[in-house]
Design a protein around this ligand. Structure first.
Ligand code: SF4
Ligand code: SF4
Length: 720
């Protein structure tokens, strides 16, 4: 017994010392990151929501269970280890007393049953994991495997470790049944089976009991050390990462640029003192560092990334792993307390410390520029990540540094930025052109000139594409016609409207973004805008969720939400049948980023004759058109075009029409359809339209309404 106690305690002290040292090292490394007071503030503000997220996402495994087979296997393993904490308590108790049982519950049959049930469940879970890993072996599947690029050797070691935890547990419990030391009279069915097997060994069961209790503790303690040195650290820190992530799902507005925790003021910023985005790994905030340490290398993000899927060098998983490996390799440099200590470091550490974060093969950068600039900001990676890693923050941070400090970005995007600065729109058109679409209507649309009167219910934010791009202008006219037909009193800013700044911000040019945003907020405030309806999801997202950071607070709605409401209220009645098979493409910044999935579908459901059919990748799993993240303004030279990939999927449903709710998607998908038509792969009649255009086609032309007090008519659709 004394030997049992001594060995058990020595093992425990050694393991905790090694694991504790490693955790302290990780903590110090995380502390080299920038402060992130806004994350602490957010947790303080929403304790109930955060508690719910911990319950549903961490304990309930909500995100993991979206992938049914691996999700169930993970949930069984996770829940199993929670229940098996009881067996660890019992193993430690057994060190000191052969007849140990947990006070109160330690002899209840159902507790013994539950422990064995979850021991078996964990075994089932790890067998499933092993099969999944064999089926998606990156050596055979190459890029297609979601484990491509992951450290697969460590994953196999962990599976072996978990197997040993369960095996040693069942063996010592089986031996205890034979020695009379087992606390549960019945219920522990799996232990009883093992006990039955061991029974012929007679008195040797005493030795087996002691040996396997110690082996059980040794395996668990070895596992504890291994966890702190591997991707399985997520077992400990995933709940913390989830706690400090944005709600919901880690997706949300981009954060303003911060230096030492304070929002950067461009007029007062000092390039020598302040941090401009992420130019080195220690420019990440501690939350960014926590992201790196939390990655489980599961590859779910990679498998959903449109850039990765279409053969580009970007993988959101590899961005995290490349930054993590670099941070760990540079850590001795970051943690060295003095110049002397840094000078004494091995050359390999000093070389790592000098690596640029972005650089091509010649520059030995941590991340290749083609990875950085391939991102469309679609959010599929963040949505999918079970531990709420926020890849877009990392990518945006690095883009900010490249644009603002290095002036290094795809040259073709320079024209767009110049046009935004000089003309307020990406095409560089004159501001008077913004109101030209109005002249093509057969009714008046008031253009705001001074404060908006109380009779104006909505300010219609048209957006650059909606005002200036020919295909998107058709949507704009359809929306205006529908609002007019429904008797909604609305006005537009016309020439006073500028780009929201979204393309500049998503590209990393926070300076141009804040210039445009402040100008727009001033215009909106002078007009006294309260309720805004936006037709472009990028404008919708920026005004609704990012302008509040600069003091612009408005009630913003997307046109599909407003139109769906008008149909539901009976103010718009689609009557003309559209006998077509129509597949709806979810715009990323409407669907995934802002959770508007239902209204566009509700509109389509109300149009008689429409046979709506979903693509395989839809709603939360919608696949990007390729335009977001300022990609609309960059060449797509590597791999398959993302819009072509999306249209190939749409063609799989044999549609007559593809509908959407975003001018960017309209243009990107329209271009891909045109290419398919010219190669004979799509029927000539196939078209891409906005849901508003569909509704406008089907809408009844109401009887002329009586003239309103200002003399204008409120009837007649005028829809395009
Ligand atoms: S935001 Fe979209 S494109 Fe960018 S890394 Fe994530 S999944 Fe890939
Ligand atoms: S970032 Fe998230 S989804 Fe991607 S590999 Fe890591 S844990 Fe998995």
């Amino acid at each position: 017994m004394a030997l049992r106690i001594i060995i058990g305690l020595v093992l425990t002290v050694v393991a905790f010392a090694i694991a504790g040292r490693r955790l302290w090292w990780l903590y110090r490394l995380g502390r080299t990151g920038q402060p992130a007071p806004e994350r602490i503030e957010a947790v303080r503000e929403h304790p109930a929501q955060d508690a719910e997220t911990q319950v549903t996402q961490v304990i309930g495994q909500r995100k993991l269970l979206k992938w049914s087979v691996p999700g169930v296997a993970h949930a069984l393993t996770f829940w199993g280890f929670i229940v098996l904490i009881l067996t660890i308590i019992e193993a430690y108790g057994d060190l000191f007393s052969r007849h140990f049982s947990i006070p109160l519950i330690g002899t209840w049959a159902w507790v013994g049953f539950l422990e064995d049930l979850f021991a078996v469940a964990v075994l089932a879970g790890i067998i499933t994991f092993a099969i999944i890993r064999l089926q998606s072996d990156p050596k055979r599947e190459g890029r297609k495997s979601r484990f491509a690029g992951s450290h697969t050797g460590a994953a196999w070691l962990v599976l072996l470790g978990i197997f040993l935890v369960i095996a040693t547990l069942l063996i010592y419990r089986g031996a205890q049944i034979n020695t009379g030391d087992f606390p549960y009279p019945k219920g522990a069915f799996a232990s009883e089976v093992v006990g039955h097997w061991l029974h012929p060994l007679g008195a040797a069961n005493h030795g087996i009991e002691t040996t396997f209790i110690l082996l059980q503790l040794a395996v668990i303690l070895g596992f504890l050390i291994f966890v702190t040195y591997s991707k399985h650290l997520h077992i400990v820190i995933a709940p913390i990462n989830v706690l400090f992530a944005r709600r919901p799902n880690g997706l949300g507005p981009l954060q303003p640029m911060r230096s030492n925790g304070k929002v950067l003021d461009f007029e007062e910023a000092d390039p020598d003192e302040d941090v401009f985005g992420i130019g080195k790994v220690e420019d990440l905030s501690w939350k960014g560092m926590l992201d790196l340490a939390t990655c489980t290398e599961c590859g779910r993000c990679q498998s959903q990334c449109p850039a990765y899927v279409t053969g580009k060098p970007l993988s959101p998983k590899m961005i995290i792993l490349e930054l993590r490996d670099h941070a760990f390799a540079k850590a001795p440099y970051l943690l060295a307390g003095s110049d002397e200590a840094r000078a004494a470091l091995p050359d390999a550490v000093k070389t790592e410390a000098e690596r640029p974060i972005i650089g091509d093969g010649d520059a030995h950068g941590v991340i290749h520029p083609d990875e950085l600039w391939s991102c469309t900001n679609c959010g599929a990676c963040v949505e999918e990540c079970p531990v709420d890693i926020e890849h877009i923050d990392h990518i945006t941070g690095m883009r900010r540094y490249q644009v603002l400090v290095e002036s290094a970005f795809p040259t073709e995007a320079a024209t767009m930025l110049k046009n935004l600065e000089s003309k307020g729109n990406p095409w560089g058109m004159g501001e008077s052109k913004r109101a030209e679409w109005i002249t093509e209507l057969d009714f008046e649309v008031p253009v705001v000139d001074g404060p908006i009167g109380p009779e104006v219910e909505y300010l219609f934010w048209v957006g650059c594409a909606g005002a200036l791009e020919d295909r998107a202008k058709k949507t704009t006219k359809a929306i205006a016609g529908l609002l007019h037909a429904a008797g909604v009193n609305f006005a537009v800013l016309g020439p006073a409207e500028s780009c929201t700044g979204d393309p500049a911000r998503r590209m990393g040019n926070e300076f141009v973004y804040s210039m445009l945003a402040q100008q727009n907020i001033e215009t909106l405030n002078e007009a006294g805008a309260r309720k805004i309806v936006a037709s472009c999801p990028h404008c919708f997202n920026t005004i609704a969720r990012e302008y509040p950071q600069l003091g612009g607070n408005y009630e913003v709605i997307h046109h599909t939400q407003l139109l769906a409401q008008l149909v539901a209220d009976g103010r718009l009645t689609p009557v003309s049948p559209i006998e077509e098979k129509i597949t709806y493409h979810d715009p990323c910044f409407l669907g995934r980023h802002n959770r508007v999935f239902t209204p566009p579908r509700e509109i389509m459901e109300q149009v008689p004759g429409v046979q709506a059919q979903e693509m395989h990748r839809c709603k939360e799993r919608g696949f990007c058109c390729g335009a977001g993240g300022a990609r609309m303004w960059m060449e797509e030279r590597i791999g398959k075009r993302i819009n072509t990939e999306r249209i190939d999927e749409a063609l799989g449903t044999d549609p007559d029409t593809i509908s959407t709710g975003c001018p960017y998607c309209l243009v990107m998908l329209g271009d891909a359809v045109a290419a398919k038509k010219s190669s004979g792969e799509a029927k000539e009649t196939l078209e891409v339209v906005d849901v508003a255009q569909l509704l406008a086609r089907s809408i009844a032309v109401p009887a002329p309404a009586p003239a309103s007090p200002d003399g204008s008519e409120s009837g007649g659709s005028g829809a395009a």
